[in-house]
Design a protein around this ligand. Structure first.
Ligand SMILES: CC1=C(CCC(=O)O)c2cc3nc(cc4[nH]c(cc5[nH]c(cc1n2)c(C)c5CCC(=O)O)c(CCC(=O)O)c4C)C(CCC(=O)O)=C3C
Ligand SMILES: [Fe+2]
Length: 375
């Protein structure tokens, strides 16, 4: 039986984008930082991270893999829904992808952004971006966005599995993988990591609902609960931040993961699992800021450290996303469809509330966002 995802004609996988080679790095960074106050020195530094990887970010191939995995899961369930891919900061740009989709007759698009948590960077900036694309392509095109998925069981389950696999590497020599995971986790400290944002962006994210930091704390608590139940190991955890940018005088969320690892070492911690719950795939922030910098910091302090994988294309994650897509489509058809979540915060609304997730607390820019949530 063919099931439809009506009223949607296509699913747009919308991501950040990244350079595919050395010549892309500068223009990509210019796209990202247009209108933002980022010092030249920071840009140079980030450019070097990319050049160190041959000028190529892993993010585009990771998004293609996610697209293929979503396609396969939709097919497996017999759902007819084209999946297309577009980015905010690099080719293929969202507006070009949507123009093609429109040429094939698509009128109503559901967007999945590769950002699990709601803040300006992970939510409103995408809604501004999509509104700009729609303004270019015409009002017949209707674009919706899926609610944040940080507390979807599939996303949380994928992270739990990745942490257990990493813990098993810490516990090598304990026997079977389950025993090794428990042994590795026992006495360990899990450092959950996400992207730092300016304090004023955090405050803005908390204005109409639970804020960015609170969303991560909710995931941390839920993961701790799942991991303790599955392993009976005794462990601690905390939330730290990576990849701060901007003017050094402007406060961003802390502790920085490297400072935090130093503090843990001073407090006698000897083994850690670094769990990048703030990221959906192992892109540059993970490959450089965690795998190169944070792991080196741990080594310098004599701490054994492993980095857990991201949700990426784990079946639990992909399947959870498809559930969310089908639920949203059902609600748009006027059918009753629940929005199940884990943790304490509950489902975020399908349409972001007016005034949510501004760039800075107290700031109103008047930049258009998607229909339904204009200020
Ligand atoms: C919350 C958040 C996420 C997580 C949510 C999500 O995943 O969306 C995220 C993801 C990403 N950030 C990325 C890259 C960059 N972010 C920058 C700058 C900034 N990020 C910010 C926040 C976030 N960013 C902020 C507040 C800035 C300051 C300027 C601004 O207000 O926008 C800069 C400029 C240079 C620098 O200063 O770092 C770059 C190059 C890539 C691509 C990686 C790759 O290429 O593999 C990805 C996935
Ligand atoms: Fe970023």
């Amino acid at each position: 039986m063919v099931r439809s995802a009506q009223p949607y004609d296509a699913l747009l996988l919308c991501s950040f984008g990244g350079p595919n080679g050395p010549d892309d790095v500068l223009p990509f960074l210019q796209n990202v930082t247009r209108g933002k106050q980022i010092p030249e020195a920071r840009l140079k530094e980030v450019g070097e991270h990319y050049y160190g990887f041959g000028g190529k970010s892993p993010i585009n191939e990771q998004n293609l893999a996610l697209l293929v995995a979503l396609r396969a899961e939709l097919d497996r369930r017999g759902v007819e829904l084209p999946v297309v891919w577009g980015n905010r900061n690099w080719h293929p740009y969202t507006v070009d992808t949507l123009r093609d989709a429109q040429a094939f007759g698509a009128k109503r698009i559901l967007t999945l952004v590769t950002s699990a948590y709601a803040s300006y960077s992970g939510s409103r900036q995408y809604r501004e971006h999509l509104a700009a694309a729609r303004a270019e392509l015409g009002d017949e095109l209707r674009i919706d966005m899926l609610r944040p998925f940080f507390n979807d069981l599939g996303f949380v389950e994928a992270n739990a599995e990745a942490i257990l696999e990493a813990a098993a590497r810490l516990g090598e020599g304990y026997g079977s993988e389950t025993v090794a995971a428990a042994g590795g986790l026992d006495g360990a400290h899990i450092v959950y990591v996400t992207h730092s944002i300016p304090d004023t962006m955090q405050d803005a994210s908390a204005e109409t609902g639970d804020g960015y930091r609170e969303q991560h704390e909710d995931v941390r608590a839920e993961l701790d609960r799942i991991l303790a139940a599955r392993t009976a190991a005794s462990f601690d955890s905390s939330l730290a931040y990576c990849s701060r940018s901007g003017d050094p005088r402007v406060p961003w969320l802390e502790p920085d993961v490297n400072d935090h690892i130093g503090e843990l070492a001073a407090n006698g911690v000897r083994k850690i699992v670094i769990a990048p719950i703030g990221f959906v795939s192992d892109h540059m922030e993970v490959a450089f800021d965690l795998d190169i910098e944070a792991l080196e910091t741990a080594r310098d302090h004599g701490i054994r450290a492993v980095r857990a994988g991201t949700a990426s294309v784990r079946p639990a994650f992909v399947s959870g996303l498809v559930d969310m897509i089908l639920e949203r489509a059902a609600r748009e058809r006027g059918e009753a469809a629940e929005a199940p979540t884990v943790g304490a915060l509950g489902a975020f609304p399908d349409v972001a509330p007016p005034g949510s997730c501004r760039m800075r607390h107290g700031e109103v820019t008047g930049v258009p966002v998607l229909a339904g949530d204009e200020d």
